[in-house]
Design a protein around this ligand. Structure first.
Ligand code: NAI
Length: 248
């Protein structure tokens, strides 16, 4: 029996990167996959095909996770298409880096809305469904910089720290209904997001990591599978660092 046989997982921002790796990993363990991203483009269609090739149901939804109304509509469609939601992975995120002295209000608002408000939006929309089912696992994508802070990322670090407070509070609010809520704090993971950094900066990061390499999206997806499945049945309100030993 696969770890997530016949379960339904909803993942935000999964047309590429860590979200895509999570979608494929959960699908490989039998989960049917509903996922969102900003646009219904060739990336989204390709991910649907890759997931379906694993023998489960898959559908992509164009939806801005920062928008509550779009989120509520999307979750309604997903329930109509899939019948239930067992796992929610709040993964969508962006960076708009810059020193605070030069950071615009637009840079601040965009990052807080996409990274933090989206977690409120999707958790709020999915909560009634999980409450009715009396089970569920919510996994929120934070970051090591939400714990440690990072120069040039006041907006991003604040959004990721906010996710940790939100995660712990949700775990306390609905734990009695058999709904678990945890966060993952990835370190330096090689995706399009970190691809924006120069070769020099990437090498400097790898040097600081005890395991001496950047992480892969699959490194994060494996931990997400643990938190999404019953392997972590007594784990809630926790932040699991996936950072090659960088944050200890
Ligand atoms: P990525 O940029 O490769 O992928 C993010 C995906 O989210 C994209 O497909 C993008 O279109 C989508 N997205 C962006 N805004 C959205 C919105 N408003 N609504 C719906 N979808 C939206 O990023 P990556 O690296 O895969 O990151 C995934 C998550 O992991 C993010 O929350 C990020 O902050 C977090 N993370 C990444 C780290 C890294 O080193 N790559 C380290 C720590 C955390």
């Amino acid at each position: 029996m696969k770890l997530l046989q016949d379960k339904v997982a909803l993942i935000t921002g999964a047309s590429r990167g860590i979200g895509k790796a999570i979608a494929l990993r959960l699908a490989g363990e039998g989960a049917n996959i509903a996922f969102t991203d900003l646009r219904e483009d060739e990336n989204m269609q390709a991910v649907v095909k890759e997931i379906e090739a694993l023998g489960v149901k898959a559908k992509g939804y164009a939806s801005n996770a920062a928008d509550l109304n779009q989120t509520l509509e999307t979750v309604e469609k997903i329930v109509a298409d899939f019948g239930r939601i067992d796992v929610l992975v709040n993964n969508a995120g962006i960076t708009k880096d810059g020193l605070l002295l030069k950071m615009s209000e637009e840079q601040w608002d965009a990052v807080i809305n996409v990274n933090l408000k989206s977690v409120f939006n999707f958790t709020k929309a999915v909560q009634p469904i999980m409450l009715k089912q009396r089970s569920g696992s919510i996994v929120n994508m934070s970051s090591v910089v939400g714990v440690s802070g990072n120069a040039g990322q006041t907006n991003y670090s604040a959004s990721k720290a906010g996710i940790i407070g939100f995660t712990k509070s949700v775990a306390k609010e609905i734990g009695s209904r058999n709904i678990r809520c945890n966060a993952i704090a990835p370190g330096f993971i090689i995706t399009d997001m970190t691809g924006q950094l120069s070769e020099e900066v990437r090498k400097a990061w790898a040097e600081k990591i005890p395991l001496k390499r950047g992480g892969t999206p699959e490194d994060v997806a494996n931990v997400c599978l643990f938190l999404a499945s019953d392997l972590s049945s007594y784990v809630s309100g926790q932040v699991l660092h996936v950072c090659g030993g960088m944050n200890m």
